[in-house]
Design a protein around this ligand. Structure first.
Ligand SMILES: [Ca+2]
Ligand SMILES: [Ca+2]
Length: 161
């Protein structure tokens, strides 16, 4: 590609497809025809137990894939209990947080300085917010903590991609 074309972001027809070049991938976000359903459990559980419970319910510990989804969710939550497990963790590969439901969303709302992997022993994300529910943030915690949690499922069964 000529430099001038690079700058202008133009496409060219590449006839020699064996030429090695960089590439761009795109992943579609999972969606539900009749919108997602959430289940909020006020009964505190360890992260592993919360994951199991959500599976049993037919979903996963919730993903939060946009600011809109986070605000909508917090609106339905209690003003008293303000820390919940969500389906984001770095248990498989330290420092690389992924959503359990495979949604692959890149939206994050970590508190400043989080995730800090405190004592090298924090792999599970919690959603937290203030009393008036005007501000929310995420923090990684020790997965053995007992916390209320939020499950998410697609009413039709499998979400679409
Ligand atoms: Ca960690
Ligand atoms: Ca932390």
């Amino acid at each position: 590609m000529e430099n001038s074309q690079k700058r202008q972001g133009k496409w060219t027809v590449q006839e020699n497809c064996w030429e090695k070049m960089g590439y761009i991938c795109k992943k579609k976000m999972a969606y539900c025809v009749n919108d997602w359903e959430y289940y909020v459990s006020m009964l505190p559980k360890t992260y592993t137990d919360a994951v199991e419970y959500c599976k049993w319910w037919g979903g996963s510990l919730t993903s939060i894939n946009s600011r809109e989804e986070e605000l909508k969710l917090i609106d339905t939550l209690s003003q008293l209990t303000r820390s919940y497990w969500i389906g984001l963790n770095d248990r498989k590969s330290p420092g690389k947080f992924v959503w359990i439901d495979g949604s692959g969303g890149l939206y994050r709302n970590w508190h400043f300085g989080e995730p800090n992997n405190h004592k090298m022993n924090e792999d599970c994300a919690s959603l937290n917010y203030n009393v008036r529910r005007t501000w929310s943030w995420w923090n990684d915690l020790n997965c053995d903590n007992n916390r209320p949690f939020i499950c998410k499922r697609c009413p039709e069964g499998k979400p679409l991609f």
